[in-house]
Design a binder for this molecule. Sequence first.
Ligand code: ATP
Length: 301
Amino acid sequence: MDDNIVSTDRLTKRYGDHPAVDQVSLSVRRGEVYGFLGPNGAGKTTTLRMLLGLVRPTGGTASVHGLAPGSPDALRRTGSLIEGPGFFPYLSGLENLRVIARYRGLGRRDADEALERVELTSRGSDRFRTYSLGMKQRLGVAAALLGRPDLLILDEPTNGLDPAGMASMRSLIQSLSDDGQTVLLSSHLLAEVQQFCHRVGVIVGGKMAYEGTVSELRGSRVLRLHADPIDRAMRVLKGATASGADLADDEDGRPTLTADARGVDIPALIRELVAEDVDVHSVSVNERSLEEVFLTMTEAK
Ligand SMILES: Nc1ncnc2c1ncn2[C@@H]1O[C@H](COP(=O)(O)OP(=O)(O)OP(=O)(O)O)[C@@H](O)[C@H]1O
């Protein structure tokens, strides 16, 4: 059985001469949370809209549940939240869900369940217009969950939320994932997405720049060294690594040596620095933050 719920092959959308989405190939596997990441205007929404049959591609192919995007069967098995759901402000959260449920041929119980799933039951009888943005977004996810779709497509579900709203959306997505729900979500906020995405795809200027796990994306671990005198420390560090070392100021303006940490024997390095009469102030080995990697990737384009 094909484990890809979504796959695209060189999917393209041109508006006039402008390719909004340029030969994007991606795959979302069953049961994973896939983060579709990229700066504003990168082509995320256009791609997601193509996956829902809302925008017609000008090139390439896409399949959702092995079916044509937008076909009735594909849509029945897909829940989505794109560009804010249209809710009635004067109806309660629950009434809104019931309206949508009825429209889709589902029962009141489905609406109750969906509300429960996003932990809004206690506010279910309050009017929608009194909800915070975070609650509105969670109600949007509840609407997407109606009918228990195999796949959830969420466009920027944390956009505009305050830290508490973000945390609550994050834990909701995490708990859906724990239940085995496949989620494809877009975001331009890398740092918060890296915490719960199994894999990510990065799109920049309409083109796919990367697809894989977060740890692969971050790549190798980085050794950072503060020492004095720095030129002598640089010489020792270069001798200890195969791939050389760099000198730059860190965010506090301190001269910092960095190098690929792979294969470096840290205790031996420190012994050698001391033997060369270098004062070692600190040595650390860290993964690069996703933000750093992302910036490098978008700047390189
Ligand atoms: N209907 C349209 N007609 C012309 N250009 C469009 C249309 N829709 C999108 N675009 C352009 O396509 C590009 C990608 O837009 P898209 O909304 O997909 O990006 P995005 O990554 O979702 O950005 P954001 O995070 O700002 O929503 C942008 O340059 C946008 O101006």
